[in-house]
Design a binder for this molecule. Sequence first.
Ligand code: RP5
Length: 158
Amino acid sequence: MKKVSVIMGSTSDWEVMKKACLILEEFGVSYTRDAISAHRTPDKLDEIIFNAEKHGCKVIIAGAGGAAHLPGVIASKTILPIIGVPIMSKLSGLDSLLSIVQMPSGIPVATMAIDGAKNAALYAISILALEDEDINKKLIAYRKSQAQKVIDNNKLVI
Ligand code: RP5
């Protein structure tokens, strides 16, 4: 069983979406990753969503740029929680952000910042942590370690 499915609209999104995968690996969370387009390969996308549900996936992270329909299309086909990552584009990612965040009411996508793949993974992990004690402990430890790093780096030298 893979707990998270990471889907992106193109291999050109990989450099950004890789950051989500690295966080999932750091937490030892099992996941699948696919570059598949809502526009160019709609049937293949259906297959990936079907398999994710069949194999017990709990949350889907979807990154796309430009006319970024991928996260919304996925959300229309499953009741799994969808976390959208708007990818930087020729229009500074604003088109991607608005395409993902402005979903019609009834079909939500939890939208991250432009190129916010790392936070997408952390958000997915916080969903998994609701029911998984091991992940819960790791997330608390991650937050503590992050806070400690900020405190340790608080040196403002002139
Ligand atoms: C979107 O179009 C993808 O998510 C990508 O961000 C953007 C450009 O894709 P390519 O033309 O690089 O394949 O579907």
